[in-house]
Design a binder for this molecule. Structure first.
Ligand SMILES: NC(=O)c1ccc[n+]([C@@H]2O[C@H](COP(=O)([O-])OP(=O)(O)OC[C@H]3O[C@@H](n4cnc5c(N)ncnc54)[C@H](O)[C@@H]3O)[C@@H](O)[C@H]2O)c1
Length: 348
């Protein structure tokens, strides 16, 4: 049985990943400060697992704490070794992710995203855990590159959040170059994960004002508020930004494929996106149609730090990880709607 440490495991993508790994029989250890998530995720995961008729379910342990706290993290690694159950791999989701907030509080972003990762790496090295999957973002590509984006493009991030992600990627690459002793680091660049677990028991529940379009749509629907669309003068077919939306469960599947792949030691980057571009207006129309509802919206100014078009070239992940996204935009919109209607106040 393998033990996987998930940092940020009560967050949106981390919680869906933890559930999937447990269903496959992995033992899962979650670390999260809950700065942007709820501990109720843990009971919901356990509730879903109880209802499943599975022979083998892994153990789930939650530890509340901060990835920047050396002694807290070290203790976890040490205890696992002392109990003859060392951590085999780390999936590192913990981080701050709001582009808008990163412009107001850049130091927080460099501290949590960059210093937090360095802290984790030092401890992994000390305790001989040499298998890491890192959550990066499509926003490292920036606006000067032409979509669809291939991993080999020169990144050109335009905001502190994206810069902090690129900085971690650079550190990881340097680290691998200096450390040829059996480390494997897989860097996954997510495009726009949306949707929720089909049970409606796990979903995205940002504790601050949401920054991404999908939670903004869900909020507008549930609170009967007008949705502000940032810009209708982008150089796109309908003037709104184009994104590559991907179901969160397909993103999770990308992590499983990465974890279980037979890639050798080294540093690898893969895009996780569908390769399909959808404008904000198209997303809203699909959401309305599949759920038979209406969203009121209004255009406002462009948001500083946004880019017009982000679309993945996902051929490398298909080829090397045998990863093929399965769920279409309609399913993403249905599952997101299911989550918000069952949990109008999120996890509260
Ligand atoms: N959701 C997206 O659209 C998206 C896109 C690209 C990349 N990513 C990256 O994927 C990762 C997960 O994203 P998510 O959408 O699940 O975000 P999320 O905010 O839901 O999850 C991140 C988790 O990390 C925790 N956390 C934050 N700072 C911490 C710290 N110092 N110590 C311990 N825990 C801490 C938060 O409480 C939260 O539970 C993030 O690193 C994010 O940057 C997300």
């Amino acid at each position: 049985m393998k033990k996987i440490l998930i940092t940020g495991g009560t967050g949106y993508i981390g919680s869906h990943t933890a559930l999937n790994l447990l269903q496959r029989g992995y033992d899962v250890l979650i670390i999260d400060s809950n700065i942007n998530s709820s501990q109720k995720v843990i009971s919901n995961i356990n509730f879903i697992l109880k209802k499943l008729d599975l022979d083998l379910i892994g153990n789930l342990i939650f530890n509340k704490g901060d990835i920047r706290d050396y002694f807290f993290i070290e203790n976890i690694f040490k205890n696992c070794i002392e109990n003859n159950s060392p951590i085999n791999a780390v999936i590192h989701f913990a981080g701050l992710k709001s582009v808008a907030e990163s412009k107001i509080k850049p130091l927080n972003y460099w501290d949590v995203n960059v210093a937090g990762t360095i802290n984790l790496l030092k401890i992994m090295e000390k305790y001989n855990c040499k298998n890491l999957i890192f959550s990066s973002s499509a926003c490292v590509y920036g606006e000067k590159n032409k979509p669809p984006f291939k991993e080999s493009l020169m990144p050109r991030p335009v905001n502190p959040y994206a810069k902090s992600k690129l900085c971690v990627e650079t550190i990881l690459e340097d680290f691998i170059k200096s450390n040829k002793n059996n480390w494997r680091i897989i860097n996954l660049r997510y495009f726009n994960p949306i949707g929720s677990h089909h049970s409606g028991l796990l979903g995205e529940d940002p504790l601050n004002i949401p920054n991404n379009i999908f939670p903004l749509i869900l909020n507008a629907y549930i609170n009967k508020e007008k949705l502000f669309i940032f810009g209708n003068d982008w150089p796109t077919k309908d003037g709104t930004c184009i994104r590559d939306y991907i179901h969160v469960e397909d993103v999770v599947e990308g992590h499983i494929k990465a974890l279980e792949s037979n890639l050798k030691f080294g540093f690898y980057s893969f895009n996780l996106g569908t390769g399909q571009g959808t404008s904000v207006l198209e997303l809203i129309k699909t959401f309305e149609k599949v759920n038979n509802i209406k969203i009121k919206y209004k255009f406002s100014k462009r948001r500083d730090g946004d880019t017009a078009i982000l679309i993945a070239d996902n051929s490398l992940a298909k080829k090397k990880l045998n990863w093929y996204p399965q769920k279409d935009l309609c399913q993403m919109c249905k599952d997101g709607f299911n989550w918000i209607t069952k949990n109008p106040n999120g996890y509260n």
